[in-house]
Design a protein around this ligand. Sequence first.
Ligand code: PMP
Length: 452
Amino acid sequence: MPTTEYVFNTSELDVLLKQPLGAKLPVVDRAEGVYIYDTDGRDYLDGSGGAMTVSIGHGVRPVLDAMHHQAERVCFTYRSHFTSAAAESLAATLTELAPAGVTHAFFVNSGSEATELALRTAQQYWRDRGQPGKTHVLGRDISYHGMTMGALSMSGHTARRADYGNLLHTFAVAPPPYPYRFPLSGTDADGHGAMVWDRIIREYGADKVAAIIVEPVVGAAGGALTPPIGYLRTLREICDRHDVLLIADEVITGMGRTGKWFACEHDGVSPDMIATGKGMTSGYTPMGAVLFHQRIIAAFAATGKTVPFGHTFSANPLSAATCLAVVNYMRDRNVLENVAARGKQLEAGLRRLAQRYPWMADIRGRGLLWGFEFVTDPHSRGLPEAALNANALFTAHCFRAGLIVYTAGIAPLNNATLLAPPLVITEVEMDDLLARLEAGMISFASEMGFTA
Ligand code: PMP
């Protein structure tokens, strides 16, 4: 057995093991497809792809072969010395998949680096155009854009912001797309909640606003908060009217998670920048990216400046080749069609469970990104006491039942559970996921004292 003690543990596992920080995590042995196996021989269905990352499953042979092939040629060269065939080909591939007008890519190593880069690019864009006062990037409450200080400044995540005081800006201002708990603004004639942005930009002063950043479907902070189609289109129009850039944070929703390569395609919207990460390499290596609309690139070209950013590992050939192999695998196997079919199966299964277990509320999502939350009573929508940590407890019960789900939401505002299985999950495996979810639900309900 390994001797390494984990110093930082997850709250979910603490609950499961009824032990304080320092409890030992199971030791992973291997993983194949949608299943992970530990060294005690237990299997786990990866129902959230870790943290919404494992897009094509574990141990996929063509990806391992592509990684091996690239590793034998060259793993690392520094981005200001060389480009690589893999990085060039990946940039061409991703911009071809992205919405119209998105023409360039810059590669980073995580979602946080991607949103941070989008923030700085937006500021520089306006500085170069003689409007240096446009520096704020407005976001929404109940949102998450990453851990670095700029990314966290844009995030409406009270829990994750709590310890950083005046190091953070307070950029998050709009209500979340969350009608279950936040009624739509009175200004919203279209019924999707985006009109509120017009008032917010006016009140804030468009001369201060560089960009607006939104997750097309709110992931970890909200638990798959899914605005109706039309929200992003209206937001795009409002941004254009006020000369404000639009950044889509597709770190979770990008790369096929919602059934299109990028979720803003559901609205037919081309953002100025798309930040992505997670599913790009399905977790085989770290990678993130910002995809830029031609108009941003043209503005940089006009001043002769380059993107104001970079990291040691940016565009490293190994991650680029890995992402390329993931995309090719998805294209060859029509994975997006599977997302649509399995998404329907998952939604139907969740709705069936919610009928059986009425404390399961507000089933919401798109593609293979679904969430729900726990209530004490479906009519009052009351939340279980925050101290009970209901969703973390549920995660623990699912873990015991051999299913990995993701604890989302921000206590005490809500408690949410996210499901985001690999996009290649089969019908039989989805049935297995739903059976394990129900097993977790039954033991969770008994511990919570919930009775149907
Ligand atoms: N944006 C969103 C929408 C995310 O969900 C996350 C991670 N959960 C990030 C950004 C940050 O990504 P990373 O953890 O790779 O830095």
